[in-house]
Design a protein around this ligand. Structure first.
Ligand SMILES: *[C@@H]1O[C@H](CO)[C@@H](O)[C@H](O)[C@H]1NC(C)=O
Ligand SMILES: *[C@@H]1O[C@H](CO)[C@@H](O)[C@H](O)[C@H]1NC(C)=O
Length: 435
């Protein structure tokens, strides 16, 4: 066999085993205790390295000397992730890249869940003998926010070689949607089929979190195939895809303004759980209307008030302004006018208006007046033309209308005249008869 053929075979087997069944080393912060927020910042963080392979039968790549120098061997982990998620390209920037994925690894304590929809997972009093090991959880946020991944891993006691047992991920970390459109918030989970409790059921929970307050959106007990009652109307999952592929994505049938906020997807296995968060923002640009429309014909010196209303938009941030484009085609800004406070409608959208005192003499004749709304959902513009008597030359339509009116008037006068003369002559005849 030639060298070339051998090389091709190796390359092919690498391809089949998925990127040589190993991927670049991931740098991670080890936090000795899993207390997010609070004292976490003050606590000792230690740099650690995660070597990852996706095939349990292949040796790990030789630890790289370059990075290991300042990292204690205690903090080097040899991870086996059969799902391959930890090898996702967004977690592995090109060599030398300054931007790095965020990674955190903590000790994890397996425990039976207390939530109602996951309680059945641990009611069989199955001896959790497999739980006796070192457990870790990791949270990784990829570059360009393309992936967030949470994993729970089990390492035989005394080793630094954990296997990923459960991983939960999302590819939609931040979602924007228009109002009243269907929304899908991605959440996928994977369970190692070699884990002895892998077919003891699962549960999925979606919670909504906004400024410290939360509510349950959807909770599903996958073991007894039951939904919790407290769920929100219009929120669902594709249950077939959930059971077949671990697709726990949340479907909101019709996006509303009150849906803006953070959503947390938690997947429960017996004694284990992992979660990812997805941010949803409802962005709806305003509709604009100007009144009076059309503008009344004005005479020089007469000031008219024009109002522009922006309505049905979300979020709140909006900037209104006026612009005038004269017959010469030059546009000039007229400022923002007198902007009113905003109001909120029953559906959560906002409205706001602005008033402009327009003195046409200062504008040098007629033209087009526009109201412009700048909004995160896109800019909108509404315009009216206005004419100043004695200033603008009549347009083509105006001339046609004038000719029409003149013809009509002519006909009417002619008819009236004819009526007059005929009735007048009748009167003369009658007078003659009476004589
Ligand atoms: C998961 O389910 C959602 C909702 O049905 C669907 O839009 C999405 O494409 C699915 N994702 C995968 C990876 O199958
Ligand atoms: C013309 O006279 C008749 C009867 O004298 C009258 O009914 C009609 O309205 C008049 N028409 C006009 C345009 O004045």
């Amino acid at each position: 066999m030639s060298f070339c053929a051998v090389y091709t075979l190796v390359a092919m087997s690498c391809f089949i085993h998925g990127c040589c069944s190993s991927c670049p080393v991931l740098e991670c912060w080890f936090l000795p205790e899993n207390t997010r927020g609070g004292f976490a910042a003050a606590m000792k963080q230690e740099r650690s390295l995660l070597h990852i392979r996706t095939d349990a039968h292949r040796p790990h790549r030789e630890p790289l000397e370059q990075a290991s120098s300042d990292i204690h061997p205690e903090n080097v982990y040899l991870i086996t992730d059969l799902s391959g998620s930890l090898c996702h390209p967004s977690l592995h920037p090109p060599r030398g890249s300054l931007r790095k994925p965020q990674c955190e690894i903590n000790p994890f304590q397996p425990h039976p869940s207390t939530v109602r929809w996951a309680a059945s997972l641990t009611d069989s009093a199955l001896s959790p003998i497999h739980l006796g090991a070192t457990w870790l959880s990791s949270a990784v946020r990829g570059l360009d926010t393309k992936l967030v991944l949470s994993s729970v891993m089990r390492a035989p006691t005394g080793t630094k070689e954990p296997n990923v047992v459960l991983s939960v991920s999302t590819k939609t970390i931040s979602v924007q949607s228009r109002l009243r459109e269907p929304v899908v918030l991605d959440c996928q989970f994977w369970v190692d089929s070699l884990w002895p409790l892998s077919d003891s059921g699962f549960a999925v929970e979606w919670r909504y979190q906004f400024r410290g307050s939360g509510r349950l959106v959807l909770a599903y007990d996958g073991k007894s195939d039951r939904l919790a009652d407290a769920g929100e109307e219009g929120a669902t999952m594709d249950f077939q895809s959930l059971h077949e592929k671990g697709n726990a994505s949340l479907i909101l049938q019709e996006a509303q303004v009150r849906h803006s906020g953070m959503y947390i997807c938690t997947v429960y296995l017996p004694y284990l759980q992992a979660q990812v968060a997805v941010e949803l923002e409802i962005v709806e640009p305003p509709s604009l209307s100007i009144y009076p429309s059309p503008l009344p014909l004005t005479v020089p010196g007469q000031v008219i008030t024009v109002q522009c209303e922006a309505s049905g938009y979300a979020p709140l941030s909006l900037e209104l302004s006026w612009e005038f484009r004269g017959a010469d085609g030059n546009a000039r800004s007229l400022g923002s006018g007198g902007v009113t406070g905003h109001r909120q409608a029953g559906d959560g959208t906002y409205s706001q208006s602005t008033r402009l005192e327009l003195d046409p003499t200062n504008l040098g004749g007629g033209g087009e007046l526009s109201c412009i709304a700048a909004h995160p959902g896109g800019s909108r513009r509404a315009g009216v033309t206005f004419n100043l008597m004695g200033f603008s030359a009549p347009s083509m339509e105006d001339s046609m209308a004038m000719v029409g009116v003149a013809l009509l008037l002519y006909g009417f006068l002619k008819l009236a005249f004819w009526n007059c003369t005929s009735s007048g002559s009748d009167g003369v005849k009658q007078q003659k008869k009476e004589k």
